[in-house]
Design a protein around this ligand. Structure first.
Ligand code: C2E
Ligand code: MG
Ligand code: MG
Ligand code: MG
Length: 281
């Protein structure tokens, strides 16, 4: 009896694994079509100066609505894109679209706006794509100066290929672009790279910001990151600010910039542009 039960269970697990594999393959196929047909969109979330509330940048975030109308979060489709290699064409499209949007906003404003555009770059893109010439081309195509572009990288790129990444970052810096370390504090890299690499900004991960008012440990970590950034001459952006109190506290602790639902959710281009014109209260 026991044996047959065990066999039965094993069969159940096999079926589930197969379902998962099928689901993943279906997603990959749909994503490939969506990338080819340029069916993805970008939303833009403002990054604000905590002291004045002024918008200093936007982060471009990929959005995918499938043909049947369901929204798939980037946390689900970016890993599929990375594993399948689709992140290379997808990532190129993101750089192009984000810079095109910035150029359109400049045109509407009649002058280059004093805002940067942040773009997330996957470690796979850094390793497999000719990212620096690509960025230089995109800047040229859209008539945007390099200092307007901020590339957000995660620590995982440094863990897998530190030497290659260092070289790529130097080439990227030569385009005038600035570099932010995204989700800082969640990776596994050592701190020595911070000193060696041309990193301009640390983005403090949302996990340290959410609930920080009631958690001394989180505040201690935030303080430590802020002091490290200050000692190394880097700017700081706190992610996931959802209330005025958190915004005020971070500002008092010495954090310069912030991003989060307290300021705005990521928005379609049109609505994001409107935020630049709206009076600040
Ligand atoms: P990320 O780069 O750390 O982006 C910030 C994420 O936090 C976004 O999630 C944003 O919507 C969310 N967020 C911002 N403020 C708040 C807040 O106050 N509360 C909460 N709960 N969340 C907030 P999103 O858009 O779902 O993106 C998730 C991740 O997917 C991004 O994390 C990034 O790693 C990746 N991603 C998104 N777009 C792209 C892309 O174009 N290329 C690559 N390579 N990765 C991307
Ligand atoms: Mg980011
Ligand atoms: Mg982040
Ligand atoms: Mg994050």
């Amino acid at each position: 009896v026991r044996r047959s039960k065990e066999t039965g269970q094993a069969e159940v697990y096999d079926t589930r694994a197969l379902d998962r594999a099928r689901e993943r393959f279906a997603m990959e196929t749909a994503l490939r079509r969506a990338v080819e047909a340029e069916q993805l969109t970008l939303h833009y979330q403002p990054i604000c100066d905590l002291a004045s509330g002024r918008i200093v940048a936007f982060e471009a975030l990929a959005r995918w609505t499938t043909e049947d109308g369901s929204d798939i979060p980037p946390a689900d489709f970016i890993p599929v894109a990375e594993e399948s290699g689709l992140i290379v064409p997808l990532g190129r499209w993101v750089i192009d679209r984000a810079l095109r949007t910035l150029a359109e906003w400049d045109k509407r404003a009649g002058t280059p706006l004093d805002v940067q555009m942040g773009v997330n770059i996957s470690p796979i893109q850094l390793q497999r794509d000719q990212i620096a010439p690509l960025v230089a081309d995109a800047l040229k195509t859209h008539g945007v100066t390099g200092d307007r572009l901020k590339l957000e990288l995660t620590e995982s790129a440094l863990v897998t290929d530190p030497d290659g990444t260092a070289e790529t970052l130097r080439a990227l810096k030569a385009t005038g672009a600035t570099i932010a370390m995204d989700d800082f504090g969640t990776g596994y890299s050592n701190l020595a790279y911070l000193q060696k690499l041309p990193i301009d900004t640390l983005k403090i991960d949302r996990s340290f910001v959410t609930g920080m008012m009631a958690d001394r440990d989180k505040i201690a970590i935030v303080r430590a990151v802020l002091s490290l950034a200050s000692a190394l001459g880097m700017a700081t952006v706190a992610e996931g600010i959802e209330s005025w109190a958190v915004s005020q506290t971070l500002s008092a602790l010495g954090c310069t910039y912030g991003q989060g639902y307290h300021f705005s959710r990521p928005l379609p281009a049109e609505q994001a542009y409107a935020l630049l014109e709206a009076p600040r209260g």
